[in-house]
Design a protein around this ligand. Structure first.
Ligand code: GDP
Length: 296
C-alpha cells in the first residue's frame, strides 16, 4: 500500500489514544511526539512537521476535545483534517480552455516519469472522450522521442514530433497549429529533462512557456526522492508558472514525505499521482482520500 510505513506508525500511535476512555494533555503531547518522529522519518520537511504538530496539539488541547465522550477519536479526526489541509484540502481540477486546444506542458527532471505521465494523461483524456495530441519536445534525447511514439501507439493517441534539430519552442508551436487543423482538443507537451536543475534547461523551458502560453504547466516529481523532490519543485517554481504537480512513484515503499509537504512548501497543488508503471496507473489526487488511506 501507499506510504505503508508512515501509515503503520501513525495508526499505532493514534490507535493507543482511541482505546482510552480519558485522554489528557500529556497523552496528546506524547502521541504528537511520536507523530512528529514518524513524519520526519517519512522525509517530510522539518518546518512543515513542526507547524503541523503544533497545530494539531493546539486544536486537540484547546477545543474541549479532551472533555468530550470520545477524545481519542476527536484527536484522530483533527490529525486527519490537518493532514488533508496540509496536502491542499480539496482536489484541484485541470484548467481546460473554452477555446480548444487546451495546452498542457510537462516539465521535470530526467527519470521522474515525465514521458510516462504524458502518456498516462493522454490515455485518461481519451477515456474522457477528448482528443489528445502528444508532443515530443525532448530534443536532448532521441530515445525520448521514440519512447513517446511507442507509448502513443500503445494507447492509440497521435504523437507530433519534428525530430531533434528544431527548437522545442518551435516544435510545441507547430504542434498547436497541427492540433487546430486536426481537431485535437488537448495538447500534451513532453519537454526535456536533465539529471539536475541547470540554467540551460530552465532557459529552454521558459522559451517553450513564452512561445505557447500553456493553460497548465505541470511539474513531474518523483516521490521516491523525498525532500529532494520538494526542493526541485521549489526551484522550478521560481522560473516557471507552475499550475500543479504530478507526483509519480507513490506506489512501492515510498516514504511519502514529498506528497505531504510539496503543497505547503511551493504553494502548488498535486493534481495527479502516479501509482505504477502502467499507462492506467494515474489518479486524480484527492488529499482527503490519501489522509484516509494513511490513517486507516
Ligand atoms: P522521464 O525521463 O521523466 O521521461 O521518465 P520515464 O517516463 O521514462 O520514466 C522513468 C521510469 O520510471 C520508467 O521505468 C517508468 O516506467 C517509471 N515510472 C514512471 N511513473 C511511475 C510510477 O508512477 N510508478 C512506478 N513504479 N514507476 C514509474
Amino acid at each position: 500500500m501507499m506510504l505503508s510505513r508512515l501509515s503503520e506508525k501513525l495508526q499505532n500511535t493514534l490507535g493507543k489514544l482511541k482505546g482510552k476512555g480519558k485522554v489528557n494533555e500529556k497523552d496528546v503531547k506524547e502521541a504528537m511526539r511520536e507523530v512528529r518522529l514518524a513524519l520526519l522519518e517519512a522525509d517530510v520537511n522539518y518546518k512543515v512537521v513542526k507547524e503541523f504538530v503544533n497545530k494539531v496539539k493546539e486544536r486537540a488541547i484547546g477545543e474541549e476535545v479532551l472533555e468530550s465522550l470520545t477524545p481519542g477519536q476527536q484527536v484522530i479526526k483533527i490529525v486527519r483534517d490537518e493532514l488533508t489541509e496540509l496536502m491542499g484540502g480539496e482536489a484541484t481540477e485541470l484548467n481546460f480552455s473554452d477555446k480548444p486546444p487546451t495546452v498542457i506542458m510537462l516539465a521535470g527532471l530526467q527519470g521522474t516519469g515525465k514521458t510516462t505521465a504524458a502518456a498516462k494523461l493522454a490515455n485518461k483524456f481519451k477515456k474522457d472522450n477528448k482528443h489528445p495530441l502528444l508532443v515530443a519536445c525532448d530534443t536532448q534525447r532521441p530515445a525520448a522521442i521514440k519512447q513517446l511514439h511507442v507509448l502513443g501507439d500503445q494507447i492509440e493517441v497521435p504523437v507530433f514530433s519534428m525530430g531533434d534539430k528544431q527548437h522545442p519552442a518551435d516544435i510545441a508551436k507547430g504542434a498547436i497549429e497541427h492540433a487546430k487543423k486536426n481537431q485535437r482538443d488537448v495538447v500534451i507537451v513532453d519537454t526535456a529533462g536533465r539529471l539536475h536543475v541547470d540554467e540551460d534547461l530552465m532557459t529552454e523551458l521558459k522559451q517553450v512557456e513564452e512561445k505557447i502560453s500553456p493553460h497548465e504547466i505541470l511539474l513531474v516529481v518523483d516521490a521516491m526522492t523525498g525532500q529532494d523532490a520538494v526542493n526541485v519543485a521549489d526551484r522550478f517554481n521560481e522560473d516557471l508558472a507552475l499550475s500543479g504537480i504530478i507526483m509519480t512513484k507513490l506506489d512501492g515503499d515510498t516514504r511519502g514525505g514529498a506528497a505531504l509537504s510539496v503543497k505547503k512548501v511551493t504553494g502548488k497543488p498535486i493534481k495527479f499521482i502516479g501509482t505504477g508503471e502502467k499507462v492506467e496507473e494515474l489518479e486524480v489526487f484527492h488529499p482527503d482520500r490519501l489522509s484516509s488511506r494513511i490513517l486507516g
